[in-house]
Write a protein that binds this ligand. Structure first.
Ligand SMILES: *Cc1c(COP(=O)(O)O)cnc(C)c1O
Length: 409
């Protein structure tokens, strides 16, 4: 008979099967046994039995009925599951999207007059947030080279209160030395926030590697089926309390239906990541051998930037990587993407279906240049691939015929 917290100390696949399935969330009062999955509790109003019970209500504790904005068992089960999967976490806040999670965390950690350091490879909406919402709140952002801990140390000042890391970085896949950067930040009293969407807790136990707060877009791997928007932030006791207070002030809540979908995604997360990682590696290797390709940006592939750090710090990978064409034009790249038959064209990733989008970071960056120093300026047209669950042989055939279209363009 399943008990609360069962499987917490077990290996990953077992933890994914049991995470969040606390009998408090799967059993109706007065019944034994319950159901496998936490049911969808659609509720704004939570009812009390008596005035005494209402007065004893504990709105500021987790897992207590109060009002729908503080969630109900479906959302609590998902938050519990994500906390169980993140070693060192005391709790997890859920947000209506990954971007809402980033905004919720930054607004919780920073206040007017503070300086935020942001890695130059950050997800573009994080940069937009810094130049808009954060600037309007009196928070200044400075960008630094993701691969240069000395540049990070030099950028710190006594007003620096937080750093936003992302490893591997969006689009360009630089792997950061998170333990080294975290140690530098800790010495200076700077909170370390990591956008850990690429690896998630299975691939990179963020808090154990030095981060204070680990953010994920659950719209990617956890949802896993291209039909869900959600974000999360997990942290130890100190920062969890801060995140929770701010999320409540901002009124952040997720729907129980979406929480149930995310819980369903967790059950197959390990299998999907295993398959997507293996396929991505096969495709990356194949692309690295092609004359049309100048660089493959995939830290799982030996010989690429970040592979040594990935091998040292990561416990897994995923299906997302990029590559850069050798010279030619943006029109040739368009011809390649248009010719793909099995890859959809769209701005997300981590789903069961493969996707491709163009990569053009040159205009986004401020602290570093693209293409990086040492590359030919002509090698600038990139493509990001999100590898799904299709047969990798079919995906390679598709890339091959699309490369023929690139050559013919
Ligand atoms: C997609 C993504 C986000 C934002 O998540 P949404 O759920 O789309 O808001 C944040 N960070 C990274 C690295 C992402 O890829």
């Amino acid at each position: 008979m399943a008990k609360a917290g069962q499987g917490k100390d077990k290996r990953t696949a077992t933890r994914l099967t049991n995470a969040g399935r606390d009998p408090r969330w799967t059993t109706a009062p007065g019944t034994a046994g319950g159901v496998v999955n936490p049911p969808v509790w659609r509720a704004s109003t939570h009812l009390y039995e008596s005035m005494a019970a209402l007065r004893e209500g504990r709105p500021n504790e987790d897992g207590h009925f109060y009002y729908g904005r503080r969630g109900a068992p479906t959302q609590w089960a998902l938050a519990d599951a994500l906390t169980e999967l993140e070693p060192g976490a005391a709790g997890t806040m859920l947000y209506p999207s990954g971007v809402a999670a980033i905004a919720g965390v930054l607004l919780a950690v920073l206040k007017s007059g503070d300086v935020l350091l942001m890695t130059d490879n950050a997800y573009e909406p994080s940069r937009t947030m810094a130049r808009g919402l954060l600037r309007n709140c009196g928070i200044e952002t400075r960008w630094f080279d993701p691969l240069d801990p000395a540049a990070f140390a030099a950028a710190c000042c006594d007003r620096t209160k937080a750093v936003l890391l992302e490893s591997p970085g969006s689009l360009t896949m630089e792997v950061q030395d998170v333990p080294a950067l975290s140690a530098l930040a800790r010495d200076r009293g700077i909170a370390v926030i990591l956008d850990n969407t690429w690896a998630g807790p299975l691939g990179f136990p963020a808090l154990e590697r030095g981060a204070d707060i680990s953010i994920m877009s659950l719209s990617k791997h956890i949802g896993g089926h291209a039909d869900l928007m959600m974000g999360s932030a997990s942290a130890g006791p100190r920062w969890y309390t801060v995140l929770r207070r701010t999320a409540q002030q901002l009124g952040h809540v997720v729907s129980p239906d979406d929480a149930a979908l995310a819980l369903r995604g967790i059950r197959t997360l390990g299998l999907r990541l295993e398959r997507e990682t293996a396929s991505a590696l096969a495709l990356a290797q194949w692309l690295a051998g092609r004359p049309e390709v100048s660089e493959v940006l995939c830290p799982m592939l030996p010989g690429t930037q970040g592979h040594a750090l990935w091998a040292r710090d990561f416990t897994g990978g995923c299906g997302l990587f990029s590559f850069v064409f050798k010279g030619r034009t943006s029109a040739a790249r368009d011809a390649f993407i248009d010719a793909l038959e099995l890859f959809g064209m769209g701005f997300s990733w981590g789903g069961f279906e493969s996707l491709a989008i163009p990569v053009d970071p040159a205009t986004i960056r401020t602290a570093t240049r693209w293409p990086p120093v040492g590359w030919s300026d002509a090698d600038r047209f990139g493509v990001r691939l999100s590898i799904g669950l299709e047969d990798p042989g079919d995906l390679i055939d598709d890339l091959e015929q699309a490369l023929a279209a690139w050559n013919a363009a």
